[in-house]
Design a protein around this ligand. Sequence first.
Ligand SMILES: [Zn+2]
Ligand SMILES: [Zn+2]
Length: 288
Amino acid sequence: MTQPADERFGPGEGVGRPQAPPPEPLPYPAFDGHCHLDMIDLAVADTLAQAASAGISRVITVGVDTASSRWAADCAAAFPAVYAAVAIHPNETAAAATTAAERDTVLTEIARLASLPEVRAVGETGLDYYRDSAAPQVQRDWFRAHLDIAKQAGKPLMIHDRDAHEDVLAILAADGAPEQVIFHCFSGDAELAQRCAHAGYLLSFAGTITFGNAAGLREAAAVTPAELILAETDAPFLTPSPNRGKSNTPAQVAHTVRALAAVKQLDVAKLCAVMEANGERVFGPWPA
Ligand SMILES: [Zn+2]
Ligand SMILES: [Zn+2]
């Protein structure tokens, strides 16, 4: 019998591609630090079961607007293996509000969600100068507002930075960064990675690090201390090699973890243990 509470966590729309085959299980528990469970074309329970078989015991599902942020918080409340991040994505900022009063209402709701115990980050927020769905000035205004919310809630700031490295770093420096900052789907080079590491920011690497043309990204991971590294899928997007072209799920983070271990010249289980500790330090503590 289908219950209304379950319907909310049924299959999402997906990206219209076949699912990637399950990876070989990791030798030590790991987690997916950034995904969009609501966009994956599997029921949440099935996605989590698949992830668990690959050794992925936890996921952080990320909101991009008010509705998906509420959904993420509800999903985290319903599933012990799920935690949430809430925010208005930079590409959604122009559509999120047309008046100052509407903007205040939206930000008040994000702040309310950010204060919930199952919500472990404010994100994804930041700057995306690659797409032009919102003017840079509008994006910067919302990014600053999210930065304040993160500080007030005492939660990490999960940053989406696309073609906007310098402005992101300048705003963090000018406004004062929260205690924990994560660059989701890090896309910079070794020099940027060193600047972020110097500031104590965490770099979350996605499946892009497994791509043949991503030598710069692998150099960035190589110079980043393991204590500042996280792994994520950004599922259903950015499926890691060897499954490019298929639909991504949190289980696939196992490929990214193995690629990171190779770059760091660390045993896979050892890197997983370090990243588990990083996750607890930044997002946690996870309940036992
Ligand atoms: Zn993003
Ligand atoms: Zn994302």
